[in-house]
Design a protein around this ligand. Sequence first.
Ligand SMILES: [Zn+2]
Length: 298
Amino acid sequence: MRRRLSVYALLIVCFAAATARAQDFSKVQMKATKVSGNIYMIEGAGGNIGVSAGADGLLIVDDQFAPLADKIRAALKEINPGQLRYVLNTHYHGDHTGSNPIFGKEATIIAHDNVRGRLATEQTVRGQKVPAAPKEALPVITFNQSVSIYFNGEEIRVVHFPSGHTDGDSIMFFTASNVVHMGDHFFAARFPFIDLEHGGSVEGLTRNVEAVIARVPADAKIIPGHGPLSTLDDLKLYRRMLAETTAHVRKGMAAGQTLDQLKAAGLPDEWKSWGTGFINTPAWIETIFNSLSKDGKK
Ligand SMILES: [Zn+2]
């Protein structure tokens, strides 16, 4: 029961944060950064947007919140006046798919099967009911494993990684520009939110991050779901954080410590600043605890 109560406390905090953010949309400014080759990153509110801009027009990865669609459009126009042709969604969460109903009217949305499945039906995310999205917001092309889009002179390889942040995440590899968009598999220098109720898993996410590290060149640029543009070294540090904090909690569980005891003890000092974002240190310990408990029962 105690565990349940603390989860609800977290939900309330998250909900309050989401509401506060919603009221601030008018003040949100888009910041575009050239990443490499054809690729740009736009930061605003919600998940970072990846942009491919060139002779074929525009392709974006994720589209933040609907009230920001006009600002996103203006930022895109400054990068390239071409037509928006494709929208790729890394996963179904509203801070990554919020402008789908607007951009879906002019561009083709592509995502994993489970993204369409979740958007098409009512979901409860962090205790908040999210209604089924309208038809224009749904991906029209879906895939189960991977899909390639040949656009602006390169192959954009979209690969599904199972049981990560959710059950429908994709990571996008811009193969010639040497850029990777990680979606919410990667929160830069912060503990990540992992959607355990919709197929996410701490160990699954860690495995997926390891697989990405193994396949990209050392000088690749990494766009995180949240946080600043990053390098492969940043992603490797994040991988070490995942492994070491998971091992820490696992050890405590094996010694018979309760969740409350683990939370009271905290994590090694090295990771202190990682708990200053959306997910604080106790929430991260709880995520690991719940994920390991769940996976152990399978
Ligand atoms: Zn997410």
